[in-house]
Design a binder for this molecule. Structure first.
Ligand SMILES: Nc1ncnc2c1ncn2[C@@H]1O[C@H](COP(=O)(O)OP(=O)(O)OP(=O)(O)O)[C@@H](O)[C@H]1O
Length: 620
């Protein structure tokens, strides 16, 4: 336990700002090295020649009993800026660390970053005899995780808050809580993320389970803007360290930040043509939702032949780590991803980062772009904007201290663009999975757009949604409120292709679809048949009623006639009779007789169930 003399609570923080010093024999280098444990120093110098500024500043503060809030550009070495001091603090303790004593806890917002941090610390832990463990979602079950942790022990734990909070809840015998009793250092990487509501419950559980007397370090390339957001971390005599390579920007100076304006309906083609124009570059593409990653990953391999296309998103339970490893190893591959890779992930030699849409949170812009140009290496980032979003450029310059330069991306002729769009639509016409995936992607993009925090300059209502629907290669507009509310729906060229005929390419899925469709058709046919039968039944009923009336009328007529016969002789043929000549009368009687017979004939048919449509018509 760090022996802390009771000090008068110092003012909140002092701000130490220093620019990147690249003096090789900077006395600060020596002074900091003296503070480090010799074994830690030995491992460090086996990997690197000198400490980066953030390692000097933050490391010195932590090793001289200060809590730190560190803001330093992406790729500036923050992992070792907390790793080196925490190892040295742990190694200062005289008694040996037992296997079930946790000396340091590092919190990471994503499992990929947690794995990466553990990998960086492993060689140091090995040299000092400390076990470094991770506790992250998506791997073994919570119970298994807790059991392993208790059984195998752990001295340095790198965890995602959600998983750790679950283990603490499961830990009925408080084993884990007892393991935390010896905690000396708490590090929160990408700390500004932990002020989000999504993390609040798990963070409260964790903060309640660990000792208050400890060293605390909060690290990020973009720290929280509101100091009160830091209260939950119970910092003591903290120092705020802000490092910038240039006073007016937070990104590394070696990073070139660009934007390009493209019409909405050409957005996907602009991305494709940009990738095509850089055949030997490693490109990381950020999309706004996992559905977009899935959809673009299904069509890009058919549009960018011979290019290795990879995809990573938060919904994948497996394959994320492998995908990152393949991306790391394949020089000119293209990785499509969500913001699961936007923070902390250290992948070598990414040449370009492309942001297909504005980020959900504007501060993530810096982190996304910062996946390239790591630790002084060259790199470039490109943001695709439609003309309606151009105000975003000034917005990030003002609020995120990012300067964007315009880049003219080679586009294609209108004819070629239409051919490419038609090619994308044809993919959907031939594969129902692509058809459905495209619609889901577009819907998820619209929903993500509604949630981003730059809506003051990029509002959904100003977006050319019909153009973007074309860009996504949609054959139909999806049924959603944001679309039905639009007055420009007629701008969307609806394909007249019969989408009900588009098959799934996997046999069993297609079989099932056809069955459902036939069942639906069957139901439709039955309904139609039933309606027809009901109509016929009604017609028959009316016919019966009519026949009945006719036969009653005939019966009455016959009675009258018989009476007539008995009372008078039949008039001579030649005599005219009430204006009707006997011939005509005969004809009329004959007709009535025919009708009468016909009616009787129909009656007999109807009784025999032989009444057909023609007969019914005849009755009308
Ligand atoms: N002292 C050093 N000398 C040379 N390279 C270093 C040094 N420290 C770290 N690096 C390398 O710099 C790269 C970036 O380090 P790291 O990932 O810690 O940066 P970061 O500041 O945490 O970035 P981000 O803000 O994206 O999380 C890594 O490849 C790391 O190996």
């Amino acid at each position: 336990m760090i022996q802390e003399k009771k000090k008068k609570k110092k003012s909140a923080t002092e701000e130490v700002t220093s620019t990147q010093s690249d003096m090789p024999s900077d006395p600060k280098q020596t002074a900091f090295a003296e503070l480090l444990d010799p074994s830690v120093k030995e491992v460090f110098y086996s990997l690197h020649d000198r400490f980066t500024p953030v390692q000097l500043e933050a490391g010195t503060a932590l090793l001289t009993h200060k809590d730190v809030v560190v803001e330093s550009p992406t790729g500036s070495g923050k992992t070792l800026a907390f790793g080196l001091p925490l190892l040295s603090i742990m190694h200062k303790r005289t008694e040996k660390w037992k296997q079930n004593e946790i000396g340091a806890l590092i919190l990471s917002p994503t499992r990929e970053l947690a794995i990466q941090i553990a990998k960086v610390l492993e060689p140091f832990g090995k040299a000092l005899g400390y076990s470094v463990k991770t506790s992250i979602g998506g791997t073994k079950k919570d119970e298994k995780d807790l059991e392993m942790l208790i059984k195998e022990g752990c001295n340095i734990l790198v965890a995602t808050p959600g998983r750790l909070s679950k283990l603490l809840t499961l830990d009925k015998d408080q084993f884990l809580k007892r393991m935390f009793k010896t905690l000396e250092v708490l590090i929160v990487d990408e700390a500004d993320r932990f002020t989000e509501a999504a993390f609040s419950t798990s963070m409260n559980d964790i903060m309640a389970a660990i000792p208050k007397l400890r060293r605390t370090g909060l690290f990020s390339a973009t720290q929280v803007k509101e100091q009160e957001d830091l209260i939950k971390f119970t910092l003591r005599s903290s120092v705020t360290i802000k490092l910038k390579e240039r006073a007016d920007i937070v990104c590394p100076t070696a990073l070139k930040n660009y934007y390009t304006l493209c019409d909405a309906n050409l957005k996907l083609i602009t991305l494709l043509e940009f990738i095509r124009s850089k055949p030997d570059k490693k490109i990381l593409v950020f999309l706004s939702s996992w559905e977009c990653v899935v959809y673009f990953n299904s069509i890009f391999p058919r549009l960018l032949k011979k290019r290795k296309i990879l995809a990573v998103h938060g919904q994948q339970q497996s394959g994320r780590t492998t995908g990152i490893e393949v991306f790391q190893k394949t020089p000119n591959s293209v990785m499509l991803c969500t913001d699961v890779l936007s923070r902390g992930i250290d992948i070598e030699d990414i040449d370009w980062v492309v942001q297909f849409d504005v980020p959900r949170t504007s501060s993530w812009f810096v982190h996304r772009a910062g996946r390239t140009s790591r630790n002084g290496r060259e790199g470039a980032a490109l943001l695709l904007l439609t003309p309606q979003e151009s105000a975003f450029i000034k917005f990030v310059e003002k609020y995120e201290m990012v300067k964007l330069e315009e880049l003219k991306v080679t586009t294609v002729t209108t004819l070629k663009a239409e051919q490419l769009l038609e090619q994308i639509r044809r993919l959907a016409m031939g594969d129902r999975d692509i058809l459905l995936s495209g619609t889901k992607a577009f819907v998820s993009f619209v929903e993500a757009y509604k949630r981003h925090d730059s809506d003051i300059v990029c509002a959904l209502k100003d977006l050319d949604l019909m153009g973007l629907a074309h860009a996504y290669g949609l054959l139909r507009l999806p049924r959603m409120e944001e679309i039905s509310a639009r007055s420009d729906q007629d701008q969307f060229k609806r394909s007249d292709y019969d989408t009900s005929k588009i098959p799934f390419l996997t046999k069993d899925k297609e079989k099932k679809r056809v069955e459902i469709q036939e069942k639906k058709m069957g139901v439709k046919k039955q309904r139609k048949q039933a309606a027809l039968e009901k109509k016929e039944k009604k017609a028959k009923k009316e016919a019966t009623k009519k026949l009945k009336n006719i036969s009653e009328a005939n019966a009455t007529q016959k009675e009258t006639k018989d009476e007539h016969k008995t009372s008078k002789k039949r008039p001579a043929e030649s005599e005219a009779f009430d204006g009707v000549t006997p011939k005509k009368k005969q004809a009329k009687t004959a007709k009535a007789k025919d009708n009468n017979e016909n009616d009787h004939f129909l009656m007999r048919k109807m009784k025999g169930g032989r009444l057909g449509k023609k007969d019914l018509k005849a009755l009308d």
